[in-house]
Structures are given as C-alpha cells and as structure tokens.
Design a binder for this molecule. Structure first.
Ligand SMILES: [Zn+2]
Length: 372
C-alpha cells in the first residue's frame, strides 16, 4: 500500500489542491490521512494526472508494432516517460501473415508487468477505403472480413463503412466486444451516421484520411464532430492545426480522444523510418513518405496534452477527459480517473509537462529525479 501526498490531483470534478492518494493496484482513497504501514511518497507539490492512455500508436523509440516479437514489450517500457500508463499498439495495413505476426507480439506483451499496460491491439487496416489510404500500402487493402478478428487481442478496429460487408462486420465486432472506429473513409455524413447506428463508437484521427466537411457535404468530418460518439484527434499541430483543434473542442468538449499516431521515429532524431511495408523520412519532426504523404507522427502523449490545453483553452480536468477518461470509457475499462476502485494509473507532471513519476496498476514504472 502506497500513499502519495503533497500533490495537486486532477479529477473530473476539478483539481484537488495539496491532496493525497492511497493505492495498491487500484485507488483506495483520495484525500484521506496516511494509514499506518503505508509507504509514503512526496509528490513535491507537482500535479498528479490520471495515466495517459494512447489508443493509437504504431511505435516509438525505433520500434514498430509490425516488427512483432518483443517490439511491443519494448515500446511498453519506453512510454511511461511520457506519462502513458496503458496503450493499444496499432497495426498498419499489411499481409495477413505480417499482421498476424504483429498481433502475436501484442498478445505476448499483454499482461506483462513492465512499463505501460498493453491493453490489446488497434487493427488499423486492411479494411480501409482506397480513396483515403494515407500512408497505408494499397496492395493489401480488403473489404472487412470477420475471420481477421482475433477477439483475445484486438480491442479496436478502424473500418471504412462504405466497404462491402461493413454492416455485418460491425455487428460481429459488437458481439465480440471489439470497438469500431470509422476511419480512412470516403463515406458521406449520412453513411457515417448509419455506421454509428450499426455500432461504431469512434472516429479514427478525425480530419485526417476522411471525407472533409464542406457546406453542402458534411462528410465524415462533420459526422465525427456532430454525432454522439468519440473522435480521435492528433494534437501535433501538423496533422491538425491549432485553430482546428479549437473548433473540435468547441463542438465536442466531452468526447474527444487524444492520440499520438506515433511511429517508430518518435523520440529519435530526424532520419529515415519504416512503418509496416512503407518507408519514409522525418524532417524537422514531420514524418512523410517520399511523395509527401504524412505518415504518422513523432508526437508523444505529454506533448499532445500540452498542445491541446494551449490551443483549445481546455482545463486540466477537460484535457484529462480527452487523454485518460474517454479512451478508457471507449474500451470499457476502470481507468482514466483518480477515484476509488479505478486502477492506480497516474503520472506526476512538472510545469513543463515532463513526467517525474509514472505509476501503472500500482507499480512505479518510471521515475525521474524523484526520490522513491
Ligand atoms: Zn491512419
């Protein structure tokens, strides 16, 4: 049992000044006195956030989910330095064998004790529109096929709802407890609305790789912003510029999900990278294929939160909703809030949004200049 004190705690109701949290694997109490026998940790007057949850990251630190093997386990070890306590390693379009190998890597890392919790996989591709592929390899795209759905590993799947068989596929996903995110799509607003009716619960990297909003055709962007569902947003100021982040926040203050869409080049200096079968180059922190297409980001979650607050005016509790609570809610997890009964996942941020102490499921998984 641990007792972290002398911290401002971000909760949905507001910030609790100079408060404390008692926890083991889950949060036991907030703002109570230290019981006898608990190990005390000084929060040093910093701000304690719920752990950040990234439901869309391909890789980081030179490793790609598509590498399979122990790549996901290594990514899990690295992410807590950015305040991430749980994530969905995300595949890209590839051959069935390549995707299966990646999913095996995810499976072997699930339930592992080190680093951030591996919640399962986000299957991004191959069920994507050829019109809105972004950096995905066109050779491997397919109509939705339920026999790809490995329910033990896949927790979220991106689907273009205009593809044949999408309705039945989304139904199967619902039966198996797999969440569906509309993305890489050229669908109309009306079709997106239907797909939400079929059970889709979110939109993948809103604005990017989807039919845009115009005044007579609201498109998938209009649907993502208006319908009652979650909407991912890449707040790197490149995929979505600050003013558009603000528009999204004004329209959907309670249902955004901050993601990184990061690739193996995140946290590395500029240079070349691979993402599944494609190759590209990072220059000045922007990852592109040779033809100029954006290919994921080098964003980290702590920077995403900082950018989001700065660009939209969101308060810390509002930002925590988008970076912690909503991704957990989408996946049906008791995470994302510092509240009794929820998993003890949190991060102590300093004023520059550098993580100083990261705790996942009660275990310290990262500490920087923090006496433990
Ligand atoms: Zn994508």
């Amino acid at each position: 049992m641990k007792y972290l004190y002398n911290a401002d705690i971000v909760t949905p109701e507001g910030i609790l000044r100079d408060s404390s949290v008692l926890y083991d694997g889950t949060v036991i109490s907030v703002g109570e006195t230290c019981p006898e026998g608990a190990e005390a940790l000084d929060g040093q007057g910093l701000t304690l956030w719920p752990g950040l949850i990234d439901i869309h990251t391909h890789g980081y630190g030179g490793r790609d989910t598509m590498d399979g093997g122990n790549s996901v386990a290594e990514i899990a070890k690295g992410l807590p330095r950015y305040g991430v306590t749980a994530f969905l390693p995300t595949t890209v379009t590839g051959s069935r064998e390549a995707v299966s190998a990646a999913l095996e890597g995810v499976r072997s890392a699930m339930g592992g004790g080190e680093g951030a919790a591996v919640l399962g996989a986000h299957l991004e591709g191959p069920f994507l529109s050829p019109e809105r592929l972004g950096a995905h390899d066109p050779r491997f795209i397919l109509p939705p096929a339920a026999d790809w759905l490995d329910a033990g590993v896949i927790k979220l799947v991106t689907v273009a709802p205009e593809l044949s068989g999408a309705e039945a596929f989304i139904e199967v996903c619902r039966e198996r407890g797999i969440q569906v995110s509309i993305g890489h799509t050229d669908a109309s607003y009306e079709l997106c609305e239907q797909a939400v009716g079929w059970g889709a619960a979110s939109f993948t990297h809103t604005f990017n790789a989807m039919s845009p909003l115009t005044h007579r055709r609201p498109g998938a962007v209009g649907a993502a912003l208006l319908l009652d569902c979650f909407a991912e947003l890449i707040c790197d100021n490149i995929h979505v510029v600050p003013a558009v982040q603000k528009i999204a926040f004004r329209l959907k203050p309670d249902r955004l999900i901050l993601i990184t869409d990061s690739i193996m080049a995140a946290s590395l200096p500029d240079g070349s990278f691979t993402l599944g079968t494609v190759r590209g180059t990072v220059r000045n922190g922007v990852a592109r294929l040779p033809d100029g297409t954006l290919a994921g980001s080098v964003l980290t979650m702590n920077t995403a939160v900082m950018n989001f607050m700065k660009n939209t005016g969101a308060s810390a509790p509002q930002a925590a909703r988008a970076a912690c609570e909503n991704p957990a809610a989408l996946l049906g997890l008791r995470k994302g809030r510092i509240q009794p009964g929820y998993d003890a996942d949190f991060v102590l941020f300093d004023r520059e949004f550098e993580a100083r102490l990261t705790v996942s499921r009660g275990r310290t998984v990262y500490a920087k200049n923090h006496p433990l």
